[in-house]
Write a protein that binds this ligand. Structure first.
Ligand SMILES: *[C@@H]1O[C@H](CO)[C@@H](O)[C@H](O)[C@H]1NC(C)=O
Ligand SMILES: *[C@@H]1O[C@H](CO)[C@@H](O)[C@H](O)[C@H]1NC(C)=O
Ligand SMILES: *[C@@H]1O[C@H](CO)[C@@H](O)[C@H](O)[C@H]1NC(C)=O
Length: 197
C-alpha cells in the first residue's frame, strides 16, 4: 500500500516535471521564433511635418505670365450656367515653404492638379506630390483629397512617399492661411501632416 502510493506520487511528480520542461521549451522556442520574426525597425521619417503652399493663378485678363504657378484648363462645353466651374481643372507647380510667408525657408515644390467637382459650392479635389528638396527631411509626399472651401479644416490623406518619407501614410490637415481675390488670385494653404510608417 505504502509503495503503491510512492509510485503513484513519483509518477505524478515526473509527469509534472516533464510537462513544465516541455512548457519551458515551448516558451523558449516561441521566444527565439519571436526574435527571428520581429521585423527590424527601419529608420523612418518624421511623424509630423508642416509645409505652406503658395498658389498664384494665371489670369488672361491681367496676363501675369511672369508671375503665376497655376493655370485653369478649358471649361466644359455646356450651354447652361456653371457658377462653381464644375469639371474645370487647374494644374499647378507651387512653391512650398516652412513658414506661412513666401519669404520663409524654401522646402521645395508641390506639383499636381485640382478639379472643381461640386455644382453647388467651391470644392477642389486635389491630387499632388510635395517634392521636399530642402530642409532636414528630403523626399516626396503624395496627397489626395477634397478641399471644401467653407470648411475651416479640410482632411486629406497622405497615400505614400519616397526618400525620408518612404512608406508614409496618414493625415494631411489643410487650412486656408490667406487669400487675395484681386486678379490674379493668390492664396496660401497650410498642410499639417501626421505620418505613420
Ligand atoms: C513636429 O512637432 C514638434 C512639436 O510640435 C515640433 O517641434 C517639430 O518641429 C515638428 N517636426 C516637423 C518636422 O515639423
Ligand atoms: C461644343 O458643343 C457643341 C454642341 O455639341 C459643338 O457644336 C461645338 O463644336 C463644341 N465646341 C467645342 C469648342 O468643342
Ligand atoms: C524633386 O525635385 C528635384 C530637384 O528639382 C528633382 O531632381 C526630382 O526629380 C524631383 N522629384 C519629383 C518626384 O518630382
Amino acid at each position: 500500500m505504502g509503495r503503491a502510493i510512492i509510485i503513484v506520487f513519483s509518477v505524478i511528480v515526473m509527469w509534472a516535471l516533464a510537462h513544465s520542461a516541455a512548457a519551458m521549451d515551448h516558451e523558449s522556442r516561441s521566444q527565439s521564433w519571436k526574435q527571428k520574426k520581429e521585423p527590424k525597425r527601419l529608420p523612418c521619417g518624421p511623424s509630423n511635418f508642416t509645409f505652406y503652399l503658395h498658389n498664384t493663378v494665371y489670369n488672361p485678363a491681367v496676363d501675369n505670365r511672369n508671375n503665376f504657378n497655376s493655370i485653369y484648363g478649358r471649361p466644359p462645353n455646356i450651354s447652361f450656367p456653371n457658377p462653381f466651374s464644375f469639371g474645370v481643372q487647374n494644374t499647378f507647380e507651387d512653391p512650398l515653404t516652412a513658414g506661412p510667408s513666401i519669404s520663409s525657408a524654401s522646402l521645395g515644390k508641390a506639383t499636381g492638379f485640382y478639379i472643381l467637382n461640386s455644382f453647388t459650392e467651391y470644392v477642389l479635389f486635389h491630387i499632388f506630390t510635395a517634392n521636399i528638396t530642402e530642409g532636414e527631411y528630403r523626399g516626396t509626399i503624395d496627397i489626395f483629397g477634397q478641399v471644401r472651401e467653407v470648411d475651416p479644416i479640410r482632411y486629406l490623406t497622405v497615400i505614400g512617399g519616397t526618400g525620408d518619407f518612404l512608406g508614409a501614410r496618414g493625415l494631411a490637415s489643410n487650412r486656408l492661411v490667406k487669400i487675395d481675390r484681386v486678379p490674379p488670385a493668390k492664396w496660401t494653404l497650410s498642410f499639417d501632416l501626421d505620418l505613420y510608417y
